[in-house]
Design a binder for this molecule. Structure first.
Ligand code: E4P
Length: 219
């Protein structure tokens, strides 16, 4: 399973990249706003900076909601770097735009997906990635991982090449659930990735090893 980091924070992207386990980045307009990035030039420069840090795909979301405008915006984003994946919302014009981009060989990420039907449509349109938001479903007491299972089954039934990018991941249990089901990618915050490191027996075991080593050294 590929690990993407879900942030526009350059420091956190660098930290995840330095860990050696990062396969890509996803951003969205809220994450860009959180970093204080606004205005065309700043947004473009920020995407270039992210592409300069990571080796893998970088999702850059269109702001437009009309087909023609999405095409113009998406083509401009895609021209920035071969790592750019044009992130398009799951709306009617978005599906048309995904079809257009897929025919042009431009990578896409269909975002704001909350049902298997939406995921089926995204795959039919030729999306490179589909982003089901599992954390936001859990927030409204709907089983987010259950949706990943449904989409996996449907895609496998027909051999769809669209990659399941489990999004809105909040913690290590989500990551492990996605891995067990066979999601292709998960995207989450740095804290969720780092939480995989933690186990109390690792901490106490390491403390014991080091203490035993010190004792022998002093004798
Ligand atoms: C997906 O690509 C989105 O950026 C993201 O995963 C949304 O997560 P959130 O629900 O934590 O905002």
């Amino acid at each position: 399973m590929k690990f993407f980091i879900d942030t526009a924070n350059l420091q956190q992207i660098k930290e995840a990249q330095d860990l050696g386990v990062l396969d890509g980045v996803t951003t969205n307009p809220s994450l860009m706003a959180k970093e204080g990035i606004s205005g065309d030039d700043n947004v473009i420069n920020h995407y270039k900076a992210i592409c300069g840090i990571v080796d893998g795909d970088v999702s850059a979301e269109v702001i437009s909601t009309k087909y023609e405008e999405m095409i113009t915006e998406g083509e401009r984003l895609a021209a920035l770097d071969s790592k750019i994946v044009v992130k398009v919302p799951m709306i009617k014009d978005g599906i048309k735009a995904i079809k257009y981009f897929s025919q042009k060989g431009i990578k896409t990420n269909c975002t704001l997906v909350f049902s298997a039907g939406q995921a089926l449509l995204a795959a039919k349109a030729g999306a490179t990635y589909v982003s089901p938001f599992i954390g936001r479903l859990d927030d409204i007491s709907v089983d987010g991982l259950g949706l990943i299972e449904e989409i996996r089954e449907i895609y496998d039934n027909y051999g769809f090449q669209t990659q399941i990018l489990a999004a809105s991941v909040r913690h290590s249990t989500h990551i492990l659930g996605c891995a067990k089901i066979g999601a292709d990618v998960m995207t989450g915050p740095l804290s969720a990735i780092l939480s995989l490191l933690k186990h109390p027996l690792t901490d106490s075991g390491l403390a014991q090893f080091l203490a035993d080593y010190e004792n022998v050294k002093q004798k």
